[in-house]
Design a protein around this ligand. Sequence first.
Ligand code: SF4
Ligand code: ZN
Length: 307
Amino acid sequence: MGKCKLCGRGEAKIRLAYARLNLCRKCFTEKFFPNRVRRTVESYKMFPADASVAVAVSGGKDSAALLHSLREAFPAVQLVAVHLNLGIPEYSEAAERSVEALCRSLNVELKVYRLKDEEGFTIGDFKATKYGGKLCSVCGVVKRRRLGKIAAELKVDALVTGHNLDDTVESLMATFTGGDFQQLVRLKPVLPAQPPFPRKVKPFYRTPEREALLYAEILGLPFSRRKCPYLPGSRSLRGKRLLDLWEAEEPGFKYRMLAAFEKLIPLLEQAVPQPEYTYCRVCGLPSSQPVCADCRRIEALKGRKAA
Ligand code: SF4
Ligand code: ZN
């Protein structure tokens, strides 16, 4: 690969085909990667340099790379890590241990919320409900609600999630082909606050998944490699595999998808009005329906338990 394109001295070890860039490990981890995170946060005005933010950490590579790179890019930002233990056998214990090790090593405050202890259920319990065929979708609803609530209690300026470029482009494809244009708009990198929930932001919006893994590996960050047992067969996994094939044939494809989406957002916002938000009559939190998605799923769970 020759010499690093940034410093001109180090041996290039990392090839970024979409940018025709070969980098040494040092320039990748110390400059290229955290600089892109900084530029993403600044260009989308995610939060100011002295903000307090809650960072959702799952225990995987993305959240490890996210917490570390935010610390590097924004030393004055006050970070609190928030971890949800979903009660998934083996996977959740490994994830919680990794998050604890990560936060200890970075000296970041950590809040852990264990579903089973706090609310008496786990994600696997939904298998017995009508939502059982789409566990990842239930899991998404459950996570969103609780992370939002915890961030509201912490009174932070923003809730930060580790959604990366691949996550966004995969969701774009699936949402677009499903024809759900209201949901498409919600894939933006910044979602406004919905009191009591703070704004939600994605500093890895422009960071490829492969690079988050490289960053975490090169720096030796603690993260769990255990795969969730509910992941195989999930829509997102299949979609990402296909996108990787496309990216290998046409480097830069994922970024071009993102660029096209950004051009589309203002048009979609005009053409497709977002649902009116009211408050869920069960939990009292913001919802576009009389009973929010979270409460509907919890009701289904209670029904199965009572039966
Ligand atoms: Fe939840 Fe699906 Fe992720 Fe497992 S793979 S943690 S069920 S979203
Ligand atoms: Zn509700």
